[in-house]
Design a protein around this ligand. Structure first.
Ligand code: SAM
Ligand code: DTB
Ligand code: SF4
Length: 326
């Protein structure tokens, strides 16, 4: 399939639709490919925390910013698998492991991550990794070990990118995504809103993602979590309606993708999250912590899903049990 390349005017034409029309079109796109009442529940585990050599302005884990974050060495594979087992018991369908690395390096640490991937995959969970840049053989080894998805965000538009990160380029990012895809892994790629970018930057980012061929299988949309000590602390929060419009535009542009309402949910009202679900979001991270910052607790999310009549996607029997008691 050849993807349509969206010019900025056509992206704006979608984004600026009257809200009821925008939501209606997003709902149509969602219903064509997904159960509109199902929400994918993912769990995140930081397997190596802090002291990252990259200078991403938003990130509490960058060694370039003094955020007071306690750095942690790579977790043992057995501890990662134990954490995944708890996530499964709590209702997660997907387990995502994140490392504060610039790139994957061959050697004992990567071998240990591959062991963890094998262990988590054996639990029957979908395995996602986000480890920074990687080469084609490394992507293939991850896939062989049972990793199904690789997360690597474009984060923003090509034009705004150098304002946020200067230790790597937009093309580095696209190259890793191409390698991930070539190795047969699913692609998870999205971005962050609220870093000082314009609406056009957000739309251009969606245009870049939608132009990937094939399109990403999942698209995380993060709201910046401002962290003291990072250059982006103190940024004004994104307007909730602008955020919802981006979710709906992502859903319309990439109808088959899982659109994940990612970081920043602790600052969102229940009503704003409900609007995001109406606009086509169909995945969240579950649990009190993302990688290093807070996330709504599992029971709050389960209560909100129940109030909205939504249910977990691809639930194991244990999950249904968990939800019935939520
Ligand atoms: N180091 C790897 C990389 O950059 O690809 C993987 C981990 S990195 C923390 C994963 C993603 O988390 C980033 O691409 C960014 O989109 C998101 N992120 C990091 N800090 C954030 C923050 N303060 N607020 C919102 N999203 C954030
Ligand atoms: C993504 O887009 N968001 C998640 C996941 N992919 C790896 C990470 C959010 C991190 C938020 C900041 C933190 O907790 O450190
Ligand atoms: Fe490192 Fe990833 Fe954070 Fe950038 S976003 S500083 S690459 S952990």
């Amino acid at each position: 399939m050849i993807n349509r390349i969206h010019d900025l005017a056509s992206l704006r034409a979608i984004y600026e639709l009257p809200l009821p029309e925008l939501i209606f079109r997003a709902q149509q796109a969602q219903r064509a490919h997904h159960d509109p009442a199902a929400v994918q529940l993912c769990t995140l585990q930081s397997i190596k925390t802090g002291r990252c050599p990259e200078n991403c302005a938003y990130c509490p884990q960058s060694a370039h910013h003094d955020t007071g974050l306690e750095a942690e060495q790579l977790m043992d594979a057995a501890d990662i698998v134990a954490s995944a087992r708890r996530a499964r018991a709590g209702g997660a369908a997907r387990f995502c492991m994140g490392a504060a690395w610039r790139e994957v390096r061959d050697g004992p640490q990567f071998d240990s991550v591959l062991d963890a991937v094998r262990g988590v995959s054996a639990l029957g969970l979908e395995v996602c990794c986000t480890l920074g840049m990687l080469d084609t053989p490394q992507a293939a080894r991850l896939r062989e070990a049972g990793c199904t998805v690789y997360n690597h965000n474009l984060d923003t538009s090509r034009e705004f990118y150098p304002e946020i990160i200067s230790t790597r380029t937009y093309d580095d990012r696209l190259q890793t995504l191409a390698r991930v895809r070539a190795a047969g892994l699913q692609v998870c790629s999205g971005g962050i809103l609220g870093m000082g970018e314009s609406v056009d930057d957000r739309l251009k980012m969606l245009g870049e993602l939608a132009a990937l061929d094939p399109q990403p299988d999942s698209v995380p949309i993060n709201a910046l979590v401002p962290v003291a000590g990072t250059p982006l602390d103190g940024q004004a929060p994104v307007d909730p309606i602008e955020f919802v419009r981006i979710i709906a535009t992502a859903r319309i542009l990439m109808p088959r993708a899982m659109v994940r309402l990612s970081a920043g949910r602790t600052a969102m009202s229940d009503e704003m999250q409900a609007l995001c679900y109406l606009a086509g979001a169909n995945s969240i991270f579950l649990g009190e912590k993302l990688l290093t910052t807070p996330n709504p607790g599992r029971s709050d999310d389960m209560k909100l899903l129940a109030r909205l009549g939504l249910h977990p996607l691809a639930a194991t029997p244990r999950v249904e049990e968990a939800c019935a008691h939520a």
